[in-house]
Design a protein around this ligand. Structure first.
Ligand code: DX5
Ligand code: ZN
Length: 216
């Protein structure tokens, strides 16, 4: 069984005080910071880009987990690597050459990850398993925080974990969307070991307790 890692999605934090919110995550024992990049094309919203990540990097030593929800992540890789990303996730459904982007991420010395949207079958991610460190199974439609967890994504998590085990691959499986202390249990039981949480962590009365509850 792999260690459970929590990654706080800043989408639900007080964006007027990002540095303070990151400090709050750090002192609550959260493991990573999840940075959702949206371009208004791959998804409806526009959030923030590499200049913002660069400022966050100056304030923390927590690993920065960048989730690129953009139509073409190719050109963003160097920008986010320069800004201090530690992990970069690209979407299998984006317009890019996925193997080439994963290679580019590794060349920059970062961890590389592929995400699949709810309608995308697990097989699409399995194709890239040899080339990546993490697979992100979206448990909501990408675009917004605060949506309900899609439990029907768990067979995909199970399939990816089974395939990884059969092939001796110690890959991380991340789930993103609707994760709280209850749904975390479901996701962990299916084989996920990296939990992204936005709303549940930032709106919790006690972030430290919630983080501990997510880890189980
Ligand atoms: C959705 C984002 C998520 C989102 C999760 O497109 O990728 O990271 O912020 O938020 P919650 O935890 O509120 O579902
Ligand atoms: Zn995300």
């Amino acid at each position: 069984m792999k260690n459970i890692i929590t990654s706080a999605s800043l989408l639900s934090c007080d964006l007027g005080n990002i540095a303070g919110e990151v400090r709050r995550c750090e002192s609550a024992g959260v493991d990573w910071i999840h940075f959702d990049v949206m371009d208004g094309r791959f998804v409806e919203q526009i959030t923030y880009g590499s200049p913002v990540l660069k400022c966050i990097k100056k304030t923390t030593s927590m690993p920065l987990d960048v989730h690129l929800m953009v139509e073409d992540p190719t050109k963003q890789i160097d920008l986010f690597a320069d800004a201090g990303a530690d992990i970069i996730t690209i979407h299998a459904e984006s317009g890019c050459d996925v193997p080439l982007c994963l290679e580019k991420i590794h060349e920059r010395g970062l961890k590389a990850s592929v995400a699949i949207k709810p309608a995308t079958p697990a097989e699409r991610a399995l194709d890239f398993m040899e080339q990546c460190d993490m697979i992100l199974v979206m448990t909501v439609e990408p675009g917004y925080g605060g949506q309900g967890f899609m439990a029907d994504m768990m067979p995909k998590v199970e399939k990816i974990r089974r395939y990884a085990d059969e092939h001796g691959c110690s890959i991380d499986i991340q789930v993103d969307g609707g994760i709280n202390s209850e749904t975390a249990k479901t996701a962990i039981a299916a084989g996920a070991n990296v939990l992204v949480a936005g709303t549940s962590l930032f709106k919790a009365k006690n972030m430290r307790e919630l983080n501990a509850a997510l880890k189980g």
